[in-house]
Design a protein around this ligand. Sequence first.
Ligand code: PEP
Length: 294
Amino acid sequence: MGQARNPDDLLPSGVVSEEGDVPSPGKATRNRKSRIGCMSTRRPYVGGNWKMHGELAAAVELTENLVAAIGNTVIEVDIAIFPPFPYLQAVGHALGHAAILLGGQDCAAHLEGAHTGQTSPAMIADLGGKVALVGHSERRHELGESDAVVAAKARAALAAELQPVICVGETLAQREAGNALQVVEKQVRAALEGLSAPQVGRVVVAYEPVWAIGTGMTATPDDAQSAHAMIRTLLGELYDAQLAGSVRIIYGGSVKAANAAELFAAPDVDGGLIGGASLKVEDFSSICRAASSS
Ligand code: PEP
């Protein structure tokens, strides 16, 4: 609890800006030990994915209630909300100067052009958005988005100065076949293809096992930790240990107020991407508070 933050003050990365700045002493951070042996300070990160729920008045009311509950008080956590595109502007107005980032649930792989029905990352930024989800499993599976498309969207988001939250995760069949980590590794490698270290420093990775999304089935903290540790180790191999230690890797898949704290206590779990529970102010606030004390 403490002073209000301005969302414009938030670093796009958890730790290091493109210029290599470290967070100011006033910014809350925490020490965590990564599996690659690097002590790092990573700000917890919690995102609320509202999916295709609600209507305009309800979106504004939810935002106002969130601002009242956590907008200027849970300052140790980067909090982002992802309303449906048509409500982005109204939600942005309702957020005002609260320390909650506005994000798109997706973005196009292009900054502009003849792409009917798509929303460019530049348009999201134009409405005050700072973040975009890319590669959510509902888009990969309902719309057939490939790893290459997800990578192109991550690059476009970065080009528009949005922070991409790159979602990866295995299906139940892939987990049961013993391939979960290989699947996730392939998705992460593909999504980061061609990105420089400073660009990856601005990315958040969301590990979201498909079988856990919206099902009420949650990965155990140990299973989440092993996927997160693998991703962090991979970042160390592709880039370097310092960068790997700074990137936020968050867990998504039926996170609730009741299980958030034990998931966030895993050493490489830096917060969560929340679907259903992000639509309830009390639940989402309580999950953000769990992240702040993890
Ligand atoms: C999600 O949409 O990314 C998600 C994790 O949903 P839920 O929390 O409802 O499982």
